[in-house]
Write a protein that binds this ligand. Structure first.
Ligand code: ZN
Length: 209
């Protein structure tokens, strides 16, 4: 291989794979130590690394630079996810036309575990999702059942049939299939682990009226 001008602080592919393994191990340990997550779906400890290429969005750097509060229960996971954030396969479900440019530029998610994830498994999807401060995620719904678990920061959740409440690191919220829900981040950014299970696992969320 010829020498290139690649910056020397970029990790090699094997180093990136180790970072993802550490992130998977941290989330696996978190799920095992958190009854509300452990009971939601069988965690696939045997999920196979997919070595997905990095697809950066602006939120990748925001997660890598995260300095906001976590909690003792989530701190190891937050650190491990910060390390993989620059190398993750980031997605944004919505267009600028749907959510506005500011929202579009300060949110994103990647699938850590699942059919299309960094670790391949069937039967659940585990996303890492981030929203910057001062955003409004409009009412939306999806067929999969969902649990939001706050890793760091906080967000205010509203849903049909549930009281609106602010969740902080270590707290969780369940949404049943097609239950419309919305979220805002009035006080600070939020980093979440989102688990999906059940029918319609392959269908993304859609904004609803
Ligand atoms: Zn949802």
């Amino acid at each position: 291989m010829p020498q290139t001008d690649q910056p020397t602080d970029q990790p090699t592919a094997p180093q990136t794979a180790l970072l993802f393994q550490a992130a998977f191990d941290a989330v696996t340990a978190l799920v095992a130590a958190t009854p509300v997550l452990r009971s939601f779906a069988r965690w696939p400890r045997d999920a196979v690394p997919a070595n997905l290429p990095a697809v950066p969005v602006p939120a990748a750097r925001m997660v890598a630079d995260w300095t906001g509060p976590a909690c003792p229960h989530t701190a190891r996971t937050v650190q491990a996810l910060r390390a993989v954030a620059p190398h993750a396969d980031w997605h944004r479900t919505y267009s600028i036309a749907e959510v506005g440019e500011d929202f579009h530029n300060r949110y994103g998610w990647f699938e850590l575990v699942g059919p299309g994830g960094h670790f391949r498994a069937d039967g659940l999807r585990a996303y890492v999702a981030y929203w910057g401060v001062g955003l409004t995620y409009p009412r939306h719904r999806h067929p999969a059942e969902e649990i939001y678990y706050i890793l760091a920061g906080s967000a205010r959740f509203a849903a049909d049939g549930l009281a609106t409440e602010t969740l902080h690191a270590g707290e969780a919220r369940l949404h049943v299939s097609e239950q419309a829900h919305a979220m805002t981040t009035p006080d600070e950014a939020v980093l979440t682990l989102v688990l999906w299970r059940g029918a319609g696992l392959e269908q993304n969320a859609r904004i609803t009226s």
